[in-house]
Design a protein around this ligand. Structure first.
Ligand code: GTP
Ligand code: MG
Length: 219
């Protein structure tokens, strides 16, 4: 399991950022969009293939080790997990991973329907953080998710996860390639490298989330 410490972050830029996500709390798990909290305020969802590192990234972002359950077994997060910030009108959502081959077809179908429905109806959803293992970016289902988001004009911030697994120049090249792929949509699609293990890219992610959550820019 990957751990991040619960502190203010002193990262890359050497600036000290206070982290509004350190106050996140688990609110509930929902198996259907109807069970979610009232659709008001600001919500940002973390989506991606099973095992891409969604739960680890949420734990890293918040600095709370056990906030979202991580697992070596893909397909662990099967429910929509809701976390609130200090202010309950702002929420982070850990979505079920998609694309895990060993899940029964019916279950897979149900998740995908759920995901599609959630993305379709949720008015408070301000942005999608889409996680992809940096070694296998832009799989077919990832591209479908992006197209879905674009269809409803929802901005997508791509996290190329597990960047610690590759050398620095391959990481940079992959970021550039994925950016280039969506060059024409750069107002809607942004791309960064991320590692929960090394706490790499947390500042950049916080800045994007703050923008979507209408939180004050950090000083
Ligand atoms: N090396 C490395 N391993 C990571 C990183 N992030 C996650 N992992 C590992 O990848 C595996 C899956 O991580 P999770 O965070 O549970 O992935 P998930 O996307 O939430 O998976 P599902 O809930 O099944 O959809 C775990 O074994 C993590 O420890 C990272 O930045 N670096
Ligand atoms: Mg998970």
């Amino acid at each position: 399991m990957v751990h991040c410490s619960r502190k203010n972050f002193m990262i890359e830029t050497k600036t000290m950022l206070t982290n509004p996500y350190a106050h996140a709390k688990f609110l509930k798990s929902a198996s259907r969009a109807e069970q979610l909290p009232a659709d008001t305020g600001y919500e940002v969802a973390f989506a991606g293939r099973s095992n891409a590192g969604k739960s680890s990234a949420l734990n890293c972002l918040t600095g709370i080790r056990q906030l979202a359950r991580t697992s070596k077994t893909p397909g662990r997060t099967q429910l929509i997990n809701v976390f609130t910030l200090a202010d309950e009108a702002r929420r982070l959502i850990d979505l079920p991973g998609y694309g895990y081959a060993k899940v029964a077809l019916q279950v897979k179908h149900d998740w995908q329907k759920n995901l599609a429905h959630y993305l379709d109806v949720r008015q408070s959803l301000r942005g999608l953080v889409l996680l992809m293992d940096i070694r296998h970016p832009l799989k077919e289902l990832d591209q479908s998710m992006i197209n879905w988001a674009l269809d409803r004009q929802l901005p997508v911030h791509i996290l190329l996860t597990k960047a610690d697994k590759l050398g620095r120049s391959i990481v940079q090249n992959t970021v550039v390639q994925v950016r280039r792929h969506y060059e024409l949509m750069q107002d809607f699609i942004t791309v960064q490298a991320f590692s929960s293990l090394k706490k790499q890219g947390v500042d950049e992610l916080i800045l994007m989330l703050n923008k979507w959550m209408a939180l004050e820019p950090l000083s």
